[in-house]
Ligand binder design. Sequence first.
Ligand SMILES: *Cc1c(COP(=O)(O)O)cnc(C)c1O
Length: 441
Amino acid sequence: MVAFPDEAVDPRRRVPRTDVVLADPRLVSAASRLGPVVVKQAVGTAQARARRGEIVPEAVADAAVDALPTAVTTLRRVLNATGVLLHTNLGRAPLSAAARTAIEVAAGTCDVELDLATGTRGRRGAAAVAALRDAVPGAAAAHVVNNGAAALALVATALAAPGREIVVSRGEMVEIGDGFRIPDLLAATGARLREVGTTNRVHLDDYAAAVGSDTAFVLKVHPSNFVVTGFTRSVDVADLGGLGVPLVVDIGSGLLQPHPLLPDEPDAATALAGGATLVTASGDKLLGGPQAGLLLAGPGPGAELVERLRRHPLARALRVDKLTLAALEATLRGPEPPTVSALGADPEALRARAARLADRLTAAGVDAEAVANEATVGGGGAPGVTLPSAAVALPEAYAAALRAGDPPVLARVRHGRCLLDLRAVQAEEDDLLLRCVTSCR
Ligand SMILES: *Cc1c(COP(=O)(O)O)cnc(C)c1O
């Protein structure tokens, strides 16, 4: 018998067995990190490549290791260099480090609904609600639901459905985004909408004439993603509060106190002081926290209404998870979240960062220049407001290359240039941004 040397055997027959490859220590450790399914898939793909002759059989384990994803989630971190602080497609507000830590803790078993002192059931979300009330001292009660739309749905369902009227101005019939409209949302609850005024003008008399025995509440909605200018008029919260029916104010962005840079953006404290019975808002816009719907009550009937909302059957379907409660509390009690820092960033400091980055990029052979730019808050609020900002301008082709990078960078293309606006980029991310650009070439 002549023994054929190994090399003479069809290489496809030398493809190592799956269990042999899986015993590779790198794949064993990957399996504990990523799970066995993902690792087996990578091994299967590598074996198939070896059978097709694309790689030598001895390289199967290496190829499987190379093909492993870095994580089991497909969501990727993206650097927001668009100059839009609250970019809906990028998940709105980035969370503070404190909020991320809180999520990490809450992710395990935690006392979300347990009173550790007595060992009995505790009130779910009490800590986040307390933080909210501390942040808005005028709030007599508060409740947290899944998002701003959920807050409105709960209020409309509990107070106006079925068949009672919500009085709302025609100028405040807002489409929020992705085709969703507040009037449709309210109508879907079974409440009836009673529209008053016109697109551009509404008077207190219009509201007064519409309010009657069928009125559940008057709703004032902040037009948070558009501005109507010219011959316009709307009615202040303070005037609407005197109509003898509950007044619900949807402020949208979640500013809890007035912000000096956004004088036209409504805030919860002012709305409550002005006589709002209930205020609704989002948690992941200008508050800079997790996706959540905030419900705050003024003194008087508001507190009792919040209790009704809390106990309504639908409240259970709209309740937030422990991760949200943890992140919200940390956002409210902890250091300033990135969105708030970005909003308040000093334009001079932004210019200095852009100049430094442009210098370093130029030194690395990149055609880069620091330029003045204008940032915006985005769909999350303050329509029409521009914030002086600074950007690094690159040739336009960088925009697509940066988006394909790791991590991807989302830039803005203007006048044939790729602009990296720094207002929504945290200063600690500048080095990473620089590496993203230099690794593009
Ligand atoms: C954003 C917004 C909403 C919707 O809030 P979500 O948290 O996105 O559900 C409702 N009303 C106004 C005025 C808004 O700006």
